[in-house]
Design a protein around this ligand. Structure first.
Ligand code: AMP
Length: 279
């Protein structure tokens, strides 16, 4: 396949316009791994054309976060996606947010807890950039990872609320053999921290085991996750949640579909992970 690489809005618009049939779109921040490739492969399977964007979106990072040192390797990214991708768009911050930019998209209640509470302004940046990407690319389907569970829920809400004619496809989390969810940020971990990072998967697994043995008291599941996290001295838990899958409200008793999720800091690196309890 001959992958085309473009950067301006006019270029991507014109390149997209001449594609006929279904278009699958995968938005990413680059430094791609097998988790991203699973989304791209799925798009390839389901759509006639595949468009990938690579853009480290500054508006979804708050000033204390890792924007400047976020890992980047465009050449490697291009090589990885080339077999599956028709068109890759790599805009700059100046293209996405030119001088005088002042329009924002906000999803309200769903962005309050969890990542929204821990990362002020994060989802406002996410929904704004995704709305811009959707408007410019006009895909048939867009692919997101369950890894960012709240992001997927927020994007689905935005698409319903703003009537984007786009199917949102959420793909399962791709993990390393020891359970660690793949993330571009895993490269920040040294060998010792990398070992410690399996604690997220271990604590989610322990809570799921309780659930499968019949436990429906959400607080007991949260307590189990906290106990396992506390057993790892390098891990500092930021939040631990057992919430309703759709509303993300913290649960007392688990009745239907639920989301176990957590954010944990190891060294300087913030990791998130989650399991879905099918209900
Ligand atoms: P990012 O580049 O981190 O913004 O991620 C781009 C997309 O890839 C998002 O929809 C993520 O949820 C998804 N993604 C990231 N890591 C994984 C993973 N380990 N498994 C599945 N999807 C992932």
């Amino acid at each position: 396949m001959n992958m085309r690489i473009v950067s301006t809005v006019d270029e991507i618009r014109n390149a997209r316009l001449i594609l006929d049939g279904t278009v699958g779109f995968v938005p990413t921040m680059g430094f791609l791994h097998a988790g991203h490739l699973a989304l791209i492969r799925r798009a390839r399977d389901e759509c006639r054309h595949v468009i990938v964007s690579i853009f480290v979106n500054p508006t979804q990072f708050n000033p204390n976060e890792d924007l400047a040192k976020y890992p980047r390797d465009l050449k490697r990214d291009f090589r990885l996606i080339e077999p599956f991708t028709d068109l890759v768009w790599t805009p700059t911050p100046e293209i996405m947010y030119p001088q005088g930019y002042q329009t924002w998209v906000e999803v309200e209640t769903l962005t309050s807890p969890l990542e929204g509470a821990a990362r002020a302004g994060h989802f406002r940046g996410v929904t704004t950039v995704v709305a811009k990407l959707f408007n410019i690319i006009q895909p048939t389907k867009a692919y997101f990872g369950q890894k960012d569970a709240q992001q997927a829920a927020v994007v689905r809400r935005m698409v319903r609320d703003l009537n984007f004619p786009i199917d949102i496809v959420v793909c399962p989390i791709v993990r390393e053999a020891d359970g660690l969810a793949l993330s571009s940020r895993n490269v920040y971990l040294n060998a010792e921290q990398r070992k410690a990072a399996t604690v997220l998967f271990r604590s989610l697994s322990a809570a799921k085991e309780l659930y499968e043995a019949g436990e429906r008291d959400a607080e007991k599941l949260r307590a189990k996750m906290k106990t396992v996290l506390a057993s790892e001295p390098l891990a500092k838990s930021q939040y631990v949640s057992c919430a309703d899958y759709d509303t993300l409200d913290e649960l007392t008793a688990i009745k239907g579909k639920a989301l176990l999720s957590m954010a944990v800091v190891i060294g300087e690196t913030r990791l998130i992970d989650n399991f879905v309890l099918a209900g």
